[in-house]
Design a protein. Structure first.
Length: 193
C-alpha cells in the first residue's frame, strides 16, 4: 500500500504546484503590458520561487509517511511486522516504479510522436488539435509526473525505509530497554555529581 499511497501524494503535489504556476503565468499575462506581444519580459523569479517552495513544502507529507511507517510498525507491532512492511514495500515499490517510469515515458512520447508527424502512421493520427493529439496531451499531463516524480522517488522510499529500520533495529527488538538504559545511565551520572 505504501508505494501506491506515496505515488498518489507525489502526483497530487505536482498537480498543485503546476496549478499555482499556471495561475502565476495568467496573472503575468494580464498585468504586464506587452508581455503577450513579446515586448516585455516576464517575472521569472516568481515562477522559480513557486516551483522551489512547492517542491519543499509538498514533500513533507510523503516524507513523513516514509519516516513514520517503520517507526510505528517496529515499535508497536514488532520486528516481524516491520520485516513484512519492508518486503511488501520493496516488491510493490519496484513494480510501481518500473510501471510509472515506463508508462509515463510512453505517454510523453506518444504526444511527441504525433507532433513530429515523421511516419505515415503519425500523420494519419492528425496534426496538432486533432482528437488523437488532444488525447496525447492529456496522456502527457499524467505521464510527466509519473516518469519524472513518482517513478524515481520510489527508490528513495525503499532505501530510506530500509536504512531507517536498520538504524532503529536494536530499539525495535527491545523497545523499552534502550530507554531504560538511558535513564539508568542518567541516574548514575547524577549520583556521581
Amino acid at each position: 500500500m505504501l508505494p501506491y499511497w506515496f505515488s498518489a501524494m507525489t502526483m497530487k503535489s505536482v498537480g498543485k504546484a503546476a496549478l499555482k504556476m499556471v495561475e502565476e503565468v495568467r496573472r503575468q499575462f494580464n498585468t504586464i503590458p506587452g508581455l503577450m506581444e513579446g515586448r516585455a519580459k516576464p517575472d521569472y523569479a516568481t515562477c522559480v520561487k513557486i516551483s522551489t517552495d512547492a517542491s519543499l513544502r509538498e514533500m513533507i507529507p510523503p516524507g513523513a509517511l516514509v519516516l513514520l511507517t517503520p517507526l510505528i510498525a517496529g515499535t508497536f507491532f514488532g520486528v516481524e511486522t516491520l520485516a513484512g512492511v519492508l518486503a511488501g514495500s520493496l516488491v510493490s515499490g519496484v513494480q510501481v516504479a518500473i510501471s510509472a517510469s515506463n508508462t509515463g515515458g510512453a505517454w510523453d512520447n506518444a504526444k511527441k510522436y504525433i507532433e513530429a508527424g515523421v511516419s505515415e502512421h503519425a500523420k494519419s493520427l492528425g496534426p496538432k488539435g486533432s482528437d488523437a493529439h488532444k488525447a496525447a496531451v492529456i496522456g502527457d499531463t499524467v505521464g510527466d509526473p509519473l516518469k519524472d516524480t513518482s517513478g524515481p522517488s520510489l527508490n528513495i522510499l525503499i532505501k530510506l525505509m530500509a536504512v531507517e529500520s536498520l538504524v532503529f533495529a536494536p530499539f525495535f527488538r527491545h523497545p523499552w530497554r534502550p530507554a531504560f538504559q538511558i535513564a539508568l545511565n542518567g541516574i548514575r551520572l547524577l549520583i556521581r555529581v
